[in-house]
Design a protein around this ligand. Structure first.
Ligand SMILES: *Cc1c(COP(=O)(O)O)cnc(C)c1O
Length: 396
């Protein structure tokens, strides 16, 4: 086997070359290991693998070469020591929480997080006696006031979904260190191409690989990246025992998708910037939320923390839910779906879909108005995307 030099500098090289090892077949494209278990040469070797005296594959719930290939590449890109791949983004969040916390522990979370993540915290973790306090993403004082003696985790997404609010990661990581908590960042919207939270002092990065890492809407998956102790031991230990593992097939799709992640993320950003700039000039649009616009209240912070501005934007129309639905229904090419981070542009009404399980008060706190529309700007030609969005505007 030709082993790889894993000391690459650039993100694209890390994504394409990390962990590249041919088998004796000398295949150029990475092989896929669709096997649930691995054979040992002897009973002695089996015992040595199980007792960790010898490193190597045992069983695909927790050791599989294709899953390892994907997670090693993503871990190298994020700049982490250890990574764990999971079957979905939600199971990455669950594995992190249960790998680190126990009954009686407390967490502070941004209120502007993925709807299902709020439900996980508010309903299921609460049942286990793990309480969560919710705060405004960019209000540092609220974060500090919410921290208790038993707080273990500060949890956030940045930019937030769908309003693209930005967290000051430097300030929050200082706060986490001061109070001996772990700063956990869901980096799904940016991917390591646009933002690497560990470089800003975060302790753990979480991904839903289902979104941009795949980029073509094919597979579900997730990842957790951080230190050897916390992720390599605590989160990995939970994965090994509870089993929310990533399928090797999905891992192979993600590993190959990483090859094009850098060019895709910049192309998504370019299209989204053009669409956001154009939308801002349309009289029927009350407000556009996009970190690449100078009108974004945190434009300066976005410029510092991000290498590019990303593919998600949202906007408020004049009117309420009926107007938003009319707009969405008048588009023809954009896919009406809750998914995001796809080569195909998608359009969503957050209030009645992704954020529909929040109470009206929770929605109000998260700033999700009835007329808000979110677009995940894809990789089609910008002229076609813009022409389709114009159909929505004409219907108003
Ligand atoms: C989709 C999403 C998740 C959940 O990921 P799944 O792969 O669907 O389980 C978590 N966080 C964010 C920000 C997401 O967009």
């Amino acid at each position: 086997m030709k082993s790889s030099n894993n000391d690459f500098k650039g993100l694209a090289t890390k994504a394409i070359r990390t962990g590249y090892e041919m088998s004796q077949e000398q295949e150029h494209s990475e092989a896929m290991f669709l096997t649930s278990s691995f054979r040992f040469n002897s009973a002695e070797q089996a015992a040595a693998r199980f007792s960790h005296e010898e490193e190597g594959n045992i069983y695909s719930r927790f050791t599989n070469p294709t899953v390892k290939l994907f997670i090693d590449r993503l871990t190298a890109m994020e700049g982490g020591e250890a990574g764990v791949a999971t079957g979905s983004g939600m199971s990455a969040i669950l594995s992190t929480c249960l790998g680190i916390m126990q009954t009686g522990d407390h967490m502070v979370s941004s209120c502007s997080i993925f709807g299902t993540t709020s439900v996980l915290f508010n309903k299921y973790l609460k049942r286990l006696g793990i309480e969560t306090s919710f705060v405004g993403l960019s209000n540092i004082e609220q974060w500090e006031q919410a921290i208790q003696a038993n707080t273990k985790i500060l949890f956030l997404e940045t930019p937030s979904n769908p309003l693209t609010e930005i967290a000051d990661l430097t300030a929050l990581s200082k706060l986490a260190k001061k109070h001996h908590c772990l700063l956990v960042v869901d980096n799904c919207f940016c991917t390591p191409i646009l933002q690497r939270p560990l470089e800003w002092g975060a302790d753990i990065v979480i991904h839903s690989a289902t979104k941009y890492l795949d980029g073509q809407g094919r597979c579900l998956g997730g990842a957790v990246i951080g230190s050897e102790k916390i992720v390599g031991e605590d989160v990995f230990g939970f994965l090994r025992s509870a089993g929310p593992s990533l399928s090797p097939f999905n891992a192979w799709v993600f590993a190959k998708a990483l090859d094009t992640l850098k060019i895709r993320m910049h192309a998504h950003s370019q299209n989204a910037r053009e669409l956001a700039t154009w939308l801002e000039q349309q009289p029927q649009i009350k407000r556009v939320y996009y970190p690449g616009l100078r009108s974004h209240p945190q434009y300066q912070l976005a410029c510092q923390q991000h290498d590019d501005t990303g593919g998600i934007l949202s906007f408020e129309l004049d009117g309420g839910k009926p107007q938003a639905w009319k707009f969405i229904n008048a588009t023809q090419m954009l896919s009406i779906t809750a998914n995001l981070g796809d080569a195909k542009s998608t359009i969503t009404h957050p209030m009645s879909t992704t954020h529909g399980r929040l109470s009206p008060e929770e929605r109000e706190r998260a700033g999700i108005s009835d007329s808000l529309v979110r677009i995940s700007v894809g990789l089609e030609d910008i002229a076609d995307i813009q022409a389709d969005v114009a159909l929505g505007l004409q219907a108003l």
